[in-house]
Design a protein around this ligand. Structure first.
Ligand SMILES: O=C(O)CCC(=O)Nc1cc2ccccc2cn1
Ligand SMILES: [Mn+2]
Length: 247
């Protein structure tokens, strides 16, 4: 019988967990970026790869929105296809284990800090998991900031599910331009079972370079409780203003 999500989680040793949390806390606070390899282990990583491939083949992915740079030309700023899952969907048990593992790491990283904060942030909630597929043939994502205007998202966590990826031949690098590092860039190959954590705000502009092979990534964003609440209030106020204007 397939182990339940809970049983699978328990099998992940607590020792490993606390090791990873230390890296995440240290690297996020020091560099704003943390890369962890062999995050789920080879067997589970390959199962996640199979799950996202079969989901993609089943046609549930939709176009990532294209932001028109001006009226006449709707320049394609991104060409990924996405689908959102919470892990309860069919064929998503492994993704549910991935999401729970990231949750545990983030929550324990905060507990480790003692003051209940990670980088002066109090984490309060997260998005569902966004599975993105770059269908190859040069698909990319132009340089952007995930959260430029305080929408509440504070940590971006992206997991890569690409077998035998070789960026020298098929591109697809995640390139981060960390603010305050002069003109240094951080190039991250989207290899199988690699997990990346980085601050979602203007500290980490990043791009996905053109990929010439199908490229899968699973992203979960964690909210800063205070910033999220403030964003909700601003959102409600501007909705009220709009209603008043329409009356
Ligand atoms: O796949 C990677 O290496 C990262 C790709 C990436 O930056 N994806 C992404 C996807 C997004 C989708 C909606 C809104 C904001 C978004 C910001 N970033
Ligand atoms: Mn992004």
């Amino acid at each position: 019988r397939e182990l339940s999500c809970k049983e699978q989680l328990q099998s992940i040793s607590m020792e490993w967990m606390s090791q990873i949390c230390q890296y995440v806390v240290r690297d996020l606070e020091k560099y704003g970026i943390c890369v962890v390899d062999n995050f789920m282990g080879k067997e589970r990583a390959e199962a996640i790869h199979r799950s996202v491939v079969s989901m993609y083949d089943s046609g549930v992915f939709v176009e990532g929105e294209t932001v028109s740079s001006s009226l006449e030309t709707t320049k394609k700023v991104r060409s990924d296809k996405i689908t959102w899952v919470d892990g309860s969907e069919s064929n998503c048990t492994n993704i549910a284990v991935l999401i729970s593992t990231i949750d545990t790491i983030i929550m324990n990283a905060i507990r480790m800090k003692g003051n209940g904060q990670l980088g002066q942030r109090t984490i309060g909630g997260r998005t569902k998991a966004m599975i993105a597929c770059y269908p190859g043939s040069g698909s990319h994502y132009v340089k952007h900031v995930d959260n430029p205007n305080r929408d509440g998202r504070c940590i971006t966590t992206t997991y890569y599910a690409n077998k035998d990826w070789d960026a020298k031949t098929v591109g697809g690098l995640l390139r981060i331009f960390p603010q305050g590092w002069a003109n240094q860039v951080v190039d991250i190959e989207p290899i199988l079972d690699r997990m990346v954590f980085f601050w979602s705000d203007r500290r980490n502009p990043h791009e996905v370079q053109p990929a010439f092979r199908t490229r899968y990534a699973i992203t979960v964003w964690y909210f800063d409780a205070k910033e999220r609440e403030e964003a909700r209030i601003r959102h409600r106020e501007c909705a009220l203003k709009k209603n008043k204007a329409n009356e």
